[in-house]
Design a protein around this ligand. Structure first.
Ligand SMILES: *[C@@H]1O[C@H](CO)[C@@H](O)[C@H](O)[C@H]1NC(C)=O
Ligand SMILES: *[C@@H]1O[C@H](CO)[C@@H](O)[C@H](O)[C@H]1NC(C)=O
Length: 507
């Protein structure tokens, strides 16, 4: 290296360190990652929602809002991307959500975020919903890098009695554990959001501050079923007439209160000043269960923006005044937390498989441009293909089978192929309700997301050059995919009847 480039590299190095070194932390920051389940774009107060989330709003207002931030369309794949920093197509987790009796999990040859943070000296805790598989112990969170785990393996269970229905039966089995132990019966009648907040607060109170803390707080809320203590529903009795929306709003406000409680405990314990809190939803809201992604198109499970663009923010007293209270429109992705947190932890990528995430700390803390230019929203080879494709001009393109449900974002362009799921724009009940149906969607759709974030104008016929380029990128990524595993569910040995009526490992 010659002298000039040495100095350039040296100064660039200082600039990269500055946002951190300039902040008052000589020690590594605590990291609290809060994941909401199925929370819609329009369901945080700061997105002009009727739903009141004062704690979320305050943290977002004093932090950096991530307004161009993406997750995957479903629970399991988003959690897989979060834990690995790798696209779901690279871990075989691109197909649907994990079912209770499927013998699969996030592959155990993947190195997870808590493992790496632990290696860097963090104490690692998980509270809440896992949903990345549990058929053998090696799949479960406290065998994969979390020092402690308190929570549920599955999804969609009862919020008060912590059970989840069994396949084909009207029988429910326990799904709440402390470490390996089933503790559900002790918590019957206690609402999961409140229980999870209490557990998180206990962890914070007991935390020995000589080591930095990593807490992954993964709420069951606000996923179906629609359940919450009455007093939260009553908060909306005058404002929201639609029953599902009213209960959902109550669930969201309860989660917001939980976040307030956890933040207050961090402050009282003297930890908040050296903590980075990240908040994110795992996918778009489910409109059947009261959520709203307005004004975005589509919903949970779809590749439209309503399925994959999530409310998110970073809060931290460590952020400089220059960025506090701002919103960034730089492109960010749930897979970016892995390298971002590792950077904050001063860790390394030793042993980690090739990442799809990029370190976004400078985007968040110093308003630098994002290094991300592309997001593979999903490539789902096993999803049923649309029946009528005869008249599609792209059918014979040399790159990618357009009948496959897939979507990719490159720069401001977004391509969607295959099945679309719900293609409507849905208006929440409090704004009049109803939905706008675009009619039969075409198989290949192209949008310019910056100019058309609501995906109103399909430009595929005007810009065949861009379509070709994006189909080629889909082909490139598709060629690197790990095939999704779809083992046959095991209904006998996995049956909770053989496991004290609890969901748990059977291998
Ligand atoms: C828990 O509630 C569900 C309904 O949400 C019910 O089917 C189940 O029997 C209840 N289980 C227990 C143990 O109370
Ligand atoms: C928040 O803390 C208050 C006071 O301890 C408690 O009464 C309330 O149930 C908590 N709420 C949640 C959602 O955790």
């Amino acid at each position: 290296m010659d002298t000039v480039s040495f100095y350039i590299a040296f100064i660039a190095g200082i600039l990269t360190i500055l946002p951190i070194a300039g902040a008052p932390f000589g020690t590594r920051p605590n990291i609290v990652f809060i994941l909401a389940d199925d929370l819609g774009w329009h369901d945080v107060g700061y997105h002009d929602s009727i739903i009141r989330t004062p704690n979320i709003d305050k943290l977002a207002a004093e932090g950096v809002k991530l307004e161009n931030y993406y997750v995957t369309p479903l629970c399991t794949p988003t959690r897989a991307v979060l834990m690995t920093g790798r696209y779901q197509i690279h871990t075989g987790m691109q197909h649907g959500v994990l079912m209770a009796q499927e013998p699969r999990c996030l592959p155990t040859d993947e190195v997870l975020m808590p493992q790496k943070l632990k290696e860097s000296g963090y104490t690692t805790h998980m509270v809440g919903k896992w949903h990345l598989g549990f058929y053998k112990w090696a799949c479960t969170p406290n065998h994969r890098g979390f020092d402690t785990f308190f929570g549920m393996y599955l999804a969609g269970g009862d919020y008060f009695n912590h059970t989840r229905l069994c396949h084909g039966r009207r029988l429910a089995a326990w799904d709440l554990r402390d470490g390996d132990q089933v503790v559900a019966p002790e918590y019957v009648g206690k609402y999961s959001t409140i229980v999870f907040a209490e557990k998180a607060q206990e962890i914070i109170k007991k935390h020995d501050p000589t080591n930095p803390l990593f807490l992954y707080l993964s709420f069951q809320a606000v996923h179906a079923p629609l359940q919450v203590p009455e007093r939260y529903i009553n908060m909306y009795k005058d404002d929201i007439r639609d029953e599902s929306r009213r209960i959902y709003a109550g669930m969201t406000t309860c989660m917001d209160e939980a976040i307030g409680n956890v933040t207050r405990t961090l402050a009282r314990r003297g930890l908040l000043d050296n903590t980075i809190i990240v908040f994110s939803s795992d996918n778009g809201g489910a409109k059947l269960y009261g959520a709203s992604n307005y004004p975005l198109r589509g919903q949970k499970g779809t590749l439209y923006e309503g399925g994959v663009r999530a409310p998110a923010f970073v809060y931290s007293p460590l952020l400089s005044n220059r960025v506090r209270g701002t919103a960034t429109h730089e492109l960010m992705y749930v897979g970016d937390w892995f390298p971002t947190f590792l950077h904050l932890a001063g860790g390394n990528l030793h042993g980690v498989k090739p990442l799809d995430g990029v370190n976004q700390w400078h985007t968040v803390s110093a308003a630098m441009p994002s290094k991300r230019t592309e997001i593979v929203h999903n490539i789902e080879p096993l999803r049923g293909k649309p029946p009528r494709v005869k008249d599609e001009p792209w059918l014979t393109n040399p790159y990618f089978d357009i009948r496959v449900m897939a979507s990719i974002r490159v720069g401001e362009w977004k391509l969607i192929t295959g099945r679309k799921g719900d293609p409507t724009w849905t208006i929440p009940p409090e704004l009049g309700g109803g939905s706008v149906d675009p009619g039969r969607p075409t198989i290949v759709e192209l949008y310019h997301i910056k100019e058309d974030p609501l995906e109103r104008t399909d430009l595929s016929r005007d810009r065949p050059d861009i379509v070709n380029k994006l189909l080629e990128r889909l082909r490139y990524h598709s060629d690197t995919s790990r095939l999704p595993e779809t083992p046959t569910p095991v209904f006998d040995t996995s049956d909770p009847l053989h496991h004290n009526m609890a969901w748990g490992p059977w291998e």
